[in-house]
Design a binder for this molecule. Structure first.
Ligand SMILES: *[C@@H]1O[C@H](CO)[C@@H](O)[C@H](O)[C@H]1NC(C)=O
Ligand SMILES: *[C@@H]1O[C@H](CO)[C@@H](O)[C@H](O)[C@H]1NC(C)=O
Ligand SMILES: *[C@@H]1O[C@H](CO)[C@@H](O)[C@H](O)[C@H]1NC(C)=O
Length: 579
């Protein structure tokens, strides 16, 4: 056999990390010192209180409407306006779908509240009807509602013996099928790329916008694919896969995809692109769909996309945006949504890179008390208008992943800081409120459903991961767990373990070295299928200018052979100069 292709090495890391995540979950309690354990249990109880403060207030003041308005203790029927923070065009004849309750289902199981979980299922099965005149975002409805339902359906089936009445009759699956059916017409376009908006009762509206985002049509496959696996009806997964393939076929020669596109023509609208808003979960779903469904083509897409992202967006620990056609930097901005990236990097074993980015994001959190939506890296200042923090969970999510991979108690302190900030700045009598402006900490009357689906869940799992003991889950981009089952793979990938690679080195605290420190990066890499063609390593960052001229070290990238930072010589050229 020839030398192992790049993809095998990295696929092995996915598998290894899944195993590590699963086994660490079980081993962690024994490994933690008594003191550390007591601290984690105390913090876990604080997260539990946070969840119930948000959840109970929703039940009292908002249920069965969609989301809670914590300042006025009222509600908003926001399902039809998700993705639009201003909630401008809420329909009049729509009374809500208990969105926040659906989003809380899997969190209730993580927290071990099976009685409330069962009560919620029984209520939803009787009262929810998706035959409503509401125009919804396909992306948001898919990740929040469909994802919440299929995940909770699987949990209800798996935890049947914990349910008091034990009479779960697939109510959630019936709802998911009804919803999935209503989402399908969005895919009925010449390109197979779905419309961004669809009316649940009437289908795609006349004069509907044909513009959508890459994440909008590239992050449907986990939920739709799961619905297909659960029902045996392949249409849902097939529609999502077709859209994903089409999207990938539109990539540039640099393997970059843009941010927005037209679903009728299949042409790009916005060429400036990055790992944040509008694209983020596209990357996440390529990898996670490969883990869940085992398709080689998804892995190949992910790997090419990941390497291109590292190459064109990364600048040290930061990620800027670049033009998909030229790779030239466009916007030097941190966006709050980018904070999910280290979590994805942990899954492929790129822990060192994940760690450095996560640290910088956490410093921004410490500086402001929460994470601002957008921060201008080149000018080291807040974006003039996007100063809000709508309780986004991505930094907590990455903290959870990094702690699972390293067991470094520092991440527990990060979680504690985040918990303290949320309680001191965003907790109000009626729940948890979004921050309108991080400089004044002025609040906004909105508790997003993802606060319960993600923020509370990831913080809880950071302090107590017993939910993961002996179970292997991936989490959707909305934090809903889906089980990794070999039966769901179309074929079982042959796990090829090259002999020259030692297993990951783990310390007795359970901390494991990353792929990069294992020297997978960058020696002797070959791209899949193409024999011995060297590919650039994931650590590579281009020099800022093509002629390698520079005024300071900031203009220089990272060398792909050594993964070392290039510096600017006195003659004004980037290189690996000996200091
Ligand atoms: C479950 O949630 C309900 C509603 O918040 C609460 O009343 C009950 O005490 C919780 N049960 C447990 C075991 O935490
Ligand atoms: C669609 O757009 C056309 C042209 O702008 C307009 O005349 C028509 O009334 C619109 N139809 C609907 C249903 O909004
Ligand atoms: C993360 O970065 C910090 C600071 O550079 C370092 O001390 C720590 O060892 C790193 N952890 C991992 C797992 O790479």
């Amino acid at each position: 056999m020839s030398s192992p292709p790049f993809s095998c090495r990295f696929r092995r890391w996915v598998v290894v990390w899944l195993v590590i995540l699963a086994s660490l979950a079980g081993a962690s309690v024994a490994q933690a010192s008594r003191h550390g354990l007591a601290k984690k249990m105390r913090l876990r109880e604080e997260v539990r209180q946070m969840f119930y403060h948000a959840y109970d207030n929703y039940l009292i003041h908002a249920f069965p409407h969609d989301e809670l308005k914590p300042l006025t203790k009222s509600f908003t029927d926001s399902l039809s306006e998700l993705g639009n923070l201003k909630l401008e065009h809420l329909p009049e004849n729509y009374g809500g779908s208990a969105l926040t309750l659906i989003e809380s289902l899997s969190s209730l199981v993580v927290l071990g509240n099976y009685t409330e979980f069962e009560r919620a299922i029984l209520w939803l099965g009787k009262h929810i009807d998706f035959d409503v005149d509401a125009r919804i975002s396909l992306f948001e409805c898919n990740i929040r509602v469909l994802g919440g339902l299929v995940s909770a359906h699987i949990l209800a089936t798996d935890y049947m013996d914990k349910l008091v009445q034990r009479n779960y009759n697939n109510q959630l699956l019936h709802l998911a099928v009804d919803l999935g059916e209503r989402l399908l017409p969005a895919f009925d376009t010449p390109t197979g790329l779905p419309y961004a908006w669809i009316n649940l009762k009437h289908g795609v509206m006349e004069n509907e916008t044909t513009e959508t985002s890459t994440s909008g049509c590239g992050s449907l496959i986990l939920e739709m694919g799961t619905l297909s696996r659960l029902t045996g009806d392949s249409r849902y997964g097939a529609a999502a896969l077709r859209a994903l393939r089409k999207l990938w076929s539109m990539r540039s020669s640099l393997n970059l995809v843009g941010t927005t596109l037209d679903v009728l023509t299949g042409e790009w609208i916005e060429y400036s692109t990055g790992i944040g808003a509008g694209v983020d979960s596209f990357y996440e779903y390529l990898l996670k769909a490969h883990i869940l469904f085992g398709r080689e083509e998804l892995w190949d897409m992910f790997l090419s996309a990941y390497v291109a992202a590292q190459k064109y967006f990364r600048h040290g620990p930061w990620y800027h945006e670049a033009d998909m056609r030229t790779g030239k930097a466009t916007y030097w901005q941190l966006t709050s949504l980018q904070a999910f990236w280290p979590g994805v990097q942990v899954l492929i074993g790129d822990v060192a890179a994940a760690n450095s980015t996560h640290r910088e994001f956490f410093h921004v959190w410490e500086k402001f008390g929460v994470l601002p939506e957008r921060y201008l890296l080149d000018r080291d200042m807040l974006h003039p208008t996007e100063k809000y923090y709508p309780l986004r969970p991505e930094l907590a999510e990455s903290t959870f992943y990094l702690y699972q991979a390293t067991k470094d108690p520092w991440y527990i302190e990060v979680g504690e800081t985040m918990l303290r900030s949320l309680n001191s700045y965003t907790k109000v009598d009626g729940g948890y409120a979004s921050v309108k402006d991080v400089t004044s900490m002025q609040l906004e009357d909105h508790q997003h459903s993802f606060f319960l689906a993600e923020m509370c869940k990831y913080l809880y799992l950071l302090f107590d991961d017993s939910f993961l003991t002996d179970r292997n889950y991936i989490f959707t981009t909305e934090g809903h767990p889906l089980p990794v089952r070999s039966a769901w793979h179309e074929w079982l990938p042959e796990i090829y373990l090259p002999t020259e690679l030692a297993p990951p080195k783990c310390t007795n605290q359970g901390a494991c070295l990353s792929a990069m420190s294992q020297k997978l990066c960058p020696t002797n890499l070959v791209s899949p299928g193409k024999n011995e063609v060297p590919v650039e390593s994931v650590c590579h960052v281009l020099d800022f200018r093509h002629d390698h001229r520079c005024e300071s070290n900031n203009d220089c990238g990272i060398d792909s052979i050594t993964c070392r930072k290039r510096t600017c010589s006195s003659a004004g050229y980037c290189g690996l100069w000996l200091l």
